[in-house]
Design a protein around this ligand. Structure first.
Ligand code: AMP
Length: 441
């Protein structure tokens, strides 16, 4: 299979050649012809599968081949993403993939001044990558018009809902022309996502490129049981004795990120952190430096790190387990990419047993436990397995909780107005992804 056989035009083929992309990835093979034909698409694909090019290439081609002259404040393709980092990353990808076509691309997101963005949008832009909140601000201040919009891409759609962007998505949906192409990409397909797709997509083709919710087999995973208050000590110990080079570390809270970074820096370790409270420029700088290996340890919350494409990362450490079990898959997906092997180590304390159980149920595997000498926990981590059982000594076995107490309705995602990085209280169960035909809107 070649990119040419997928129907891509010469300027794009030349760019792919220059980038050294010789063979399309599975998601590209499936998505590109469908998207080129103008159909709606619903794709289950995670970061690392090549999904960005899967929607960016056909989108760039269609904009190049057709469409009116760009009006002032107009946008012809809109790509919605959950986080600022992802907006910046996708914008860079569009710049890269669109190097040989005469199209303009731009990214808008919150946390930075809106005025330069308004100025930039005056002439209109062919491809706009945006986070939902800032996009709406710009629209409401008449800096943006959607009458020329041809294509909408929802990237990391599950994350947008997790972050409570349902209200913004509803408002954006209401402002867009009804006749348009919509491409939805999501790592996981919860009931809410399928409802969102039912509303926003028109007779979409569904594709799924890797077994859903099954963590990458190229990643060796294990847990180290440890008392909560000794996690930092254990991390520093492992960093030293294992001589870890570059590590992406996930912590549950913004405070947790700051505390670990501070501790590491006190010990002379080159560490930085990213989370939602930090100014955008600081987050981006930390990330860029980590990507260039100028920073050894990057500590992040799930929100800040979701979807980021970091090459050749050998190790991910879960300093805390994620509250939402699916985030475990996203986290460890940062390593073991493109045929490389990676390691994912989780430091797990007794309090986190329900989260551990939910992760094992979701990934259908019992994670190996490798105790660390001198760090055996005083508070034992009860035994768990992939069936969702937690073997507590004196208590009844407990199953992982379902967020929101059970089934959600379409009204629920439409009505939600949670803030960014909401405190998620329980572990979510994911309904089975139905690949059958979708309802027309
Ligand atoms: P993505 O899943 O879009 O974040 O892409 C993951 C990584 O794969 C990025 O670094 C891309 O540059 C790279 N990539 C995407 N498609 C291909 C391809 N067909 N051949 C080689 N590398 C690719």
């Amino acid at each position: 299979m070649t990119f040419a056989s997928l129907g891509l035009i010469d300027p794009l083929l030349r760019t792919l050649d220059a980038l050294g992309y010789t063979t399309p990835t599975p998601v590209q093979t499936q998505a590109i012809p469908v998207a080129l034909a103008g159909r709606d698409l619903m794709a289950a694909a995670q970061t690392g599968t090549g999904k960005t090019a899967a929607f960016a290439l056909p989108l760039l081609q269609r904009l190049t081949m057709e469409g009116p002259q760009l009006g002032s404040n107009s946008v012809r393709a809109l790509v919605l993403v959950p986080t600022r980092e992802l907006a910046e990353q996708l914008h860079q990808s569009f710049v890269e993939y669109g190097a040989q076509v005469p199209l303009s691309t731009y990214a808008v997101y919150g946390g930075v001044s809106i005025n330069p963005q308004m100025m930039k949008l005056r002439k209109g832009v062919d491809v706009l990558v945006a986070t939902p909140g800032r996009l709406l601000d710009l629209f409401r201040q008449n800096a943006l018009k959607f009458n020329q919009l041809q294509t909408l891409v929802l990237d990391e759609a599950d994350r947008m809902l997790d972050l409570g962007f349902a209200d913004e998505l509803r408002a954006i949906y209401a402002a867009l022309p009804k006749k348009r192409q919509t491409l939805l990409f999501s790592a996981t397909f919860s009931e809410d996502i399928r409802m969102l797709a039912g509303l926003m997509l028109d007779n979409p083709l569904s594709i799924e490129v890797s077994p859903r919710n099954v963590a990458s087999s190229s990643v060796q995973q294990w847990i180290i049981p440890v008392d909560k208050k000794r996690k930092a000590e254990l991390f520093c110990h492992l960093l030293k004795v294992q001589r870890w080079k570059q590590v992406l570390v996930f912590a549950k809270t913004r405070n947790g990120v700051d505390q670990l970074v501070e501790l590491l820096q006190e010990q002379g370790v080159n560490a930085d952190g990213i989370h939602g409270d930090k100014p955008q420029a600081t987050r981006q700088r930390a990330l860029d430096r980590f990507k260039k290996a100028e920073v050894q340890i990057l500590v992040a919350t799930d929100v800040a790190a979701r979807g980021l494409d970091i090459d050749d990362l050998p190790l991910v450490v879960n300093f805390d387990l994620p509250i939402v079990a699916e985030d475990y898959i996203h986290r460890i997906g940062r390593t073991g990419r493109a045929g490389a092997t990676g390691q994912a180590i989780s430091l797990v304390c007794a309090d986190e047993v329900d989260m551990l159980s939910a992760i094992e149920t979701l990934t259908r595997q019992t994670l190996k436990r490798i105790p660390q000498q001198d760090f055996d926990p005083l508070h034992r981590v009860p035994l768990t397995d992939a069936s969702g059982q937690v073997v507590r000594k004196s208590k009844k076995p407990k199953k992982p909780k379902v967020i929101g107490g059970g089934k959600k309705t379409l009204g629920k995602w439409l009505e939600s107005n949670e803030p960014s990085e909401p405190p998620i209280k329980a572990i979510r169960k994911v309904p089975v992804f139905n690949t059958g035909p979708k309802k027309k809107k």
